[in-house]
Design a protein around this ligand. Structure first.
Ligand SMILES: [Zn+2]
Length: 167
């Protein structure tokens, strides 16, 4: 089996001439040799780097794919305000607690007053929104980085096909 015409042709120079394609499926017994030296070391490093990014991408995708909690779009802000009444204690620094939900819609910032009883829930739900947006940004960033690494890996593995005349 190992000594078929085509596999011999790989080694013996000038042996394969008769129209047989050198990559014939039955003929190629030997695996394609792994390029040695510099490009191989580079490819090894790139593959390792890519695996790291792929597992990070996988985690970010898991965050999104497993998302179940209701959320509100926007940033919840809890802070103290002065009410404006001259006689109020807030003038002495005891500020009134207030909460707003700030959201962007069509590039415009909207702020909605959040009722006191809704604040814990809105805070939780806007945190969930932020968590998913963060994961989404991570997916985009990592995908781009993986695409760039793929290009580099393909370049590192690429061999020049330049047959010399007479072979
Ligand atoms: Zn006040």
């Amino acid at each position: 089996m190992a000594g078929t015409k085509k596999s011999v042709g790989r080694k013996a120079k000038g042996a394969v001439r008769s129209g047989a394609t050198s990559d014939g499926r039955r003929g190629s017994v030997r695996p394609v040799p792994i390029p040695s030296g510099k490009s191989s070391a580079r490819a090894t490093g790139l593959r390792r780097e890519m695996r790291g990014l792929v597992s990070r991408l996988s985690r970010a995708l898991d965050v999104l794919a497993s998302a179940k909690q209701p959320l509100v779009k926007g940033v919840f802000q809890n802070y103290g305000v002065r009410c404006g009444k001259a006689s109020c204690w807030c003038n002495d620094g005891h500020l009134h607690d207030t909460g707003i939900l700030a959201a962007y819609e069509d590039g415009k910032r909207h702020s909605i007053y959040v009722r006191k009883r809704d604040r814990p829930r809105i805070q939780r739900q806007s945190a969930e929104y932020r968590r998913l947006r963060k994961a989404r940004a991570e997916v985009v960033r990592l995908s781009e980085a993986i695409a760039e690494l793929s290009d580099a890996l393909i370049d590192a593995l690429a061999e020049e096909y330049a047959p010399r005349r007479g072979e």
